[in-house]
Ligand binder design. Structure first.
Ligand SMILES: *Cc1c(COP(=O)(O)O)cnc(C)c1O
Length: 223
């Protein structure tokens, strides 16, 4: 199946899932998780109508996206991987949305760069929540999320959503439910949840952004 055919099939499936759901009928956006994808594949996805992409690494994004963006100014780019404080300025220059705020020092670093005169108009930030409390995984623990949300608001960062990556070998639904509950409690409208293995569940549970790698681009080469 071509990338374009896969994208069309995914869009039909999303509509179908939504029609059977009791939650809001607003469709989630499809974010193309384009790590390791070469420019020509990304171009093909853009031609097929995909307009939102996510990258995991600042360095990889910096190599790929400045020229892609020049040719496709309407594409929106999200950071979906961990961010080191010494890469904040580069990340702010590259990404429209940073989904992975996960600690106070990072929020402070962003605010500091904004205060030094670096414009962040139009940018949005999500907090990544480590719903499974996995030690090797990024994200703030659920019990610390509230404090981080307050801090971001205190620093006047435009915080609009939450993101999670559930543990690999667990049913994802409880994790999505926890993320959604946190978002509702704190008045955050965006819920970035659902990947190739679990996006139907995520959509049923109110995802506003599904992050698809393999379901869209096919298997990644293992390096
Ligand atoms: C790679 C990646 C995805 C997409 O993963 P697939 O399982 O290939 O759909 C989504 N979110 C994040 C944070 C990723 O790193």
């Amino acid at each position: 199946m071509s990338l374009s055919a896969r994208l069309q099939a995914l869009k039909r499936e999303i509509v179908d899932i939504k029609q059977k759901s009791l939650l809001s009928q607003t469709l989630p956006i499809i974010l193309g998780a384009s790590k390791q994808q070469p420019d020509h594949v990304i171009e093909e996805a853009i031609e097929a109508g995909l307009s939102v992409f996510g990258e995991n690494r600042v360095q990889e994004a910096e190599a790929k996206w400045p020229s892609l963006r020049k040719h496709h100014p309407n594409v929106q780019l999200h950071l979906i991987g961990p961010l080191q404080t010494n890469k904040v300025k580069q990340a702010l220059a590259l990404f429209d949305i940073i989904q992975t705020i996960d600690r106070p020092a990072l929020a402070e670093a962003i605010a500091r760069i904004r205060d030094s005169g670096f414009g962040i108009e139009g940018k949005q930030f999500y907090i990544q929540v480590n719903t499974g409390k996995e030690p090797q995984k990024a994200g703030v623990f659920p019990e610390d999320a509230e404090a981080l949300i307050y801090q971001c608001r205190q620093l006047q960062l435009p915080l609009t959503g939450l993101m999670c990556i559930p543990p690999l070998h667990q049913p994802p639904a409880p994790h999505f439910a926890l993320l959604r509950q946190l978002a509702v409690t704190h008045g955050l409208s965006e819920l970035s949840m659902g990947m190739s293995e679990d996006y139907p569940t995520a959509i049923r549970m109110g995802s506003t952004c599904i992050r698809l790698g393999r379901a869209l681009f096919g298997e990644r080469e293992t390096k």
